[in-house]
Design a protein around this ligand. Structure first.
Ligand SMILES: Nc1ncnc2c1ncn2[C@@H]1O[C@H](COP(=O)(O)OP(=O)(O)OP(=O)(O)O)[C@@H](O)[C@H]1O
Length: 341
């Protein structure tokens, strides 16, 4: 795994943030097909549905929101708040689906309806447009998401998120990642960096997930029993973030973008009961968003997590993560659990 040589920089007057995507599969091309897509009936637009009705149906159907946890039950200390966002509803995959799962309107309301989740950024227009690119290849920016040749399911999820057009960082980073480049992206805060790496990475994995991903249990099946059916988490994508707030925010975006895909996102961050983390990972995990300390703890439990299938490593807030404080954790993570300093 190497650090990026192509740099995308959008100078701004504001706070800065950065994200680095490292791709372990440099020979692949962007996938743009949805062979075997399951036939679906067109759904009414979310806005036309009665939100209350679908959210309440969703709850009846067992889709769980992030729920408060009584930490006194776990007694492992260290937890400062009592929200466990890792158990928030995400798309549950069944073996019998083809490459694309059917729509679940109740979940769609939760993911894209906006009751629980932050969605489309309203202040994208005034974003600074000055862009610097460094690297051997000149990237032609995309002007629309259509132009990017995304997998249809990711394209549809982007539309459901209400993203009309790519932000500057997305216009450059999406085609670069789709062309299997390692990318270092720097842009002002709130400029859509999360989607800038998640969209192309997920799009590239779609269609290949069946081949690449580890088998996962049918958690949607009522007979699912964690004791017997739990698996080892073998993520294809690891996103490392410095704070739990950021981890939760990225997890939310991943839940939306993974809708109707067999890619299952999970989040793990410090301060939360390890027992619950392990339970969630035991349901299978393709996209792992984690804080460095917790990720290293999990890597020390090879029966819970292995990094052997990782294809993409993303370091969010890379400027902060590359600080000396995180050196040993990052060395371990980048070495994939093998030798590290
Ligand atoms: N193309 C787009 N059009 C409209 N809204 C978007 C687009 N891309 C992302 N957003 C929304 O913009 C908001 C900010 O995005 P995001 O959190 O990814 O920014 P960021 O650059 O990662 O910020 P930070 O540096 O604070 O982490 C989010 O609500 C996200 O859903």
């Amino acid at each position: 795994m190497s650090w990026g040589t192509d740099e995308i920089a959008a100078p701004a007057t504001d706070t800065w943030g950065s994200a680095a995507v490292a791709d372990d599969t440099p020979t692949d091309n962007a996938e743009g097909t949805a062979e075997g897509e399951a036939p679906t009936t067109p759904a009414p637009a979310v806005g036309e549905l009665s939100k209350e009705k679908y959210v309440s149906k969703a709850r009846d159907a067992g889709w769980n929101e992030a729920t408060a946890i009584d930490f006194s039950k776990y007694q492992n200390g260290g937890a400062e708040d009592n929200d466990w966002h890792g158990a928030a509803a995400s798309y549950e995959w069944k073996d019998e689906y083809g490459d694309v799962g059917p729509e679940v309107l109740q979940l769609e309301m939760i993911l894209f309806g906006g009751e629980f989740q932050m969605k489309r950024g309203e202040r994208m227009e005034p974003l600074e447009l000055k862009v610097n690119i460094e690297g051997p290849v000149l990237i032609k920016p995309i002007k629309s998401f259509d132009e990017a040749g995304l997998h249809p399911i990711i394209q549809s999820n982007v539309e459901k998120c209400g993203y009309d057009k790519p932000t500057p960082i997305q216009a450059y980073a999406i085609p670069a990642v789709l062309q299997a480049m390692d990318v270092v992206g720097v842009a002002q805060t709130g400029s859509g960096k999360t989607a800038a790496y998640l969209i192309p990475v997920l799009s590239r994995l779609m269609g290949k997930a069946k081949k690449l991903a580890a088998p996962k249990p049918n958690t949607a099946d009522p007979s699912y029993n964690p004791q017997f059916h739990k698996v080892k988490a073998e993520p294809l994508v690891v996103v490392v973030v410095p704070t739990r707030e950021l981890a939760i925010q990225i997890f939310d975006e991943a839940r939306r973008l993974c809708y109707r895909s067999m890619l299952r996102p999970c989040v793990a961050y410090g301060g939360l009961p390890m027992k619950i983390c392990v339970e969630e990972l035991g349901k299978g995990c393709d996209i792992l968003i984690a804080s460095p300390g917790r990720l290293c703890d999990l890597m020390d439990k090879p029966h819970v997590l292995t990094m052997s299938r990782v294809k993409y490593t993303i370091i969010d807030e890379a400027d902060e993560m590359l600080d000396a404080d995180w050196e040993s954790e990052l060395s371990k993570i980048m070495a994939g659990g093998g030798k590290y300093i």
